[in-house]
Design a protein around this ligand. Structure first.
Ligand code: RIB
Ligand code: CA
Length: 312
């Protein structure tokens, strides 16, 4: 990474789109991945941690530490998204199991130690349920000074995807999400409104397949991921949700975004995990998040193909 690169930590639940988000970060000199932490979400913690190790090995970046975090939300039981990502959490690609192990430290301790050791504030990019981040803020309140900003994939101004009301990452651990949105940190919410414009499909995969092992891996990820979105949304492509969060760190002007107040529903069963975004500023509450509203999907897809093509 070049000396001007932004240090970041990816907290994720790979996950097809988490995997693409990680590869995008590894291919981009604008960011330096200090570590990858994992959380239960798309699949259980054992699977998401194994998948994170696998992605780093495919990219020949096993120098980057992986720390496993919370296997369950703060309060509620874990409900995985195997109907989307398959039993392994990353079905589709046929890969050998990783030869590496995560570090011994828990993700929350790993993030706190990494923040303390960094010479400059670190950008946190959570792309799964926010359990680890909420615990970090509660257990190490002083680290907030070392957090440059939080760019999270989650929520929606409009419709949800896990339920009509809520997006999966927020729905999975609403209490953790509430802690993050109420933290006073510089939070960017990359929600479904913008990620459903960031579509990639089999055509992108066809272009990526000959570019290397990572390109072929992403092509296999897309082939599987598209099957779900064809079935549910009738789309011939998939929103690469988590890569949009990383893209916001790499290309700060890529997203159209505005600051609004965002609150998280934690009481209602019907609206559990809904991000209530004060889009028309009717609550009088001060904005607490920068909310992604739009992105040029074609530009996004081309950038991802160009970057992933750089990898081995
Ligand atoms: O709702 C989409 C989000 O849920 C993405 O982060 C996807 O990986 C899943 O975690
Ligand atoms: Ca994810």
């Amino acid at each position: 990474p070049d000396p001007m690169s932004t240090p970041m930590i990816l907290d994720c639940d790979p996950g097809h789109d988490d995997a693409i988000a990680l590869l995008l970060a590894l291919a981009s000199p604008e960011v330096e991945v200090l570590g990858v932490t994992t959380v239960g979400g798309n699949a259980d913690l054992e699977n998401t941690t194994r998948n994170a190790l696998t992605v780093l090995e495919v990219a020949e970046r096993t120098d980057i530490p992986v720390a496993a975090g919370c296997g369950h939300p703060l309060v509620r039981p874990l409900v995985v998204a195997d109907h989307v990502h398959g039993k392994s959490g990353m079905d589709g690609p046929q890969l050998d199991p990783p030869t590496t192990e995560p570090v011994d430290a828990h993700a929350v301790d790993f993030i706190a130690e990494t923040l303390a050791a960094s010479s400059e504030p670190v950008t946190l990019v959570p792309t799964g349920p926010l359990t680890n981040i909420a615990l970090l803020l509660r257990h190490f309140p002083d680290v907030v000074d070392n957090i440059r900003r939080v760019v999270l994939m989650g929520g929606a101004v409009g419709l949800g995807n896990r339920t009509p009301a809520a997006e999966f990452n927020i729905w999975a651990d609403p209490e953790a999400a509430a802690v993050v949105f109420e933290s006073g940190l510089d939070v960017t919410m990359v929600g479904l409104d913008v990620t459903h414009q960031a579509l990639m499909g089999r055509e992108h995969g066809k272009r990526l397949r000959p570019t290397g092992r990572c390109g072929a891996f992403v092509a296999d990820l897309l082939d599987f991921f598209v099957q779900f979105h064809e079935r549910v949304y009738g789309l011939d492509s998939s929103p690469i949700h988590d890569a949009v969060a990383v893209a916001d760190v790499i290309w700060p002007d890529l997203l159209e975004a505005e600051r609004f107040h965002v609150a998280v529903e934690t009481d209602s069963e019907l609206n559990r995990g809904r991000t209530v975004v004060d889009r028309w500023r009717v609550t009088g509450k001060d904005p607490n998040a920068r909310v992604g509203l739009a992105i040029d999907g074609n530009e996004f897809g081309e950038k991802i193909v160009e970057r992933i093509s750089r990898l081995p």
